[in-house]
Write a new protein. Structure first.
Length: 112
């Protein structure tokens, strides 16, 4: 099935986003870098990133890296929105334009 590598790539991207959320959650309430490094949230975040890397490796078997690697940038836009919703981080018109440009770049790559 031709779509399967892209499903793996999508899974890798979603797991990367989940890893970011878990790592950021681990920073809340950590007084030092050392307490954060041994926090369950941080360890869980690293585990999720490892799973993301495994899914990405599977995707790379069939997808050219010139498409796969830029596709991961989709997570930047998604993460900006998630950070705004979860932690009230800034999301203004400059961010929105940047996200639109990133998404436009992905569309251009896949249409080439």
């Amino acid at each position: 099935m031709i779509a399967t590598p892209y499903l793996w790539l999508g899974l890798a991207i979603l797991l990367g986003i989940a890893g970011q959320i878990v790592l950021k959650t681990g920073t809340i309430g950590s007084s030092t870098i050392w307490t954060q490094l041994i926090a369950p949230w941080t360890i869980g975040g690293f585990g999720i990133y490892f799973a993301s890397a495994l899914a990405y490796i599977v995707a790379l078997r069939r997808i050219p890296i010139s498409l796969a690697y830029p596709s991961v940038s989709i997570s930047y836009g998604i993460m900006a929105v998630v950070a705004h919703v979860l932690w009230n981080e800034p999301l203004n018109w400059q961010h929105a334009i940047g996200i639109v440009l990133i998404m436009g770049g992905i569309v251009v790559l896949f249409r080439a």
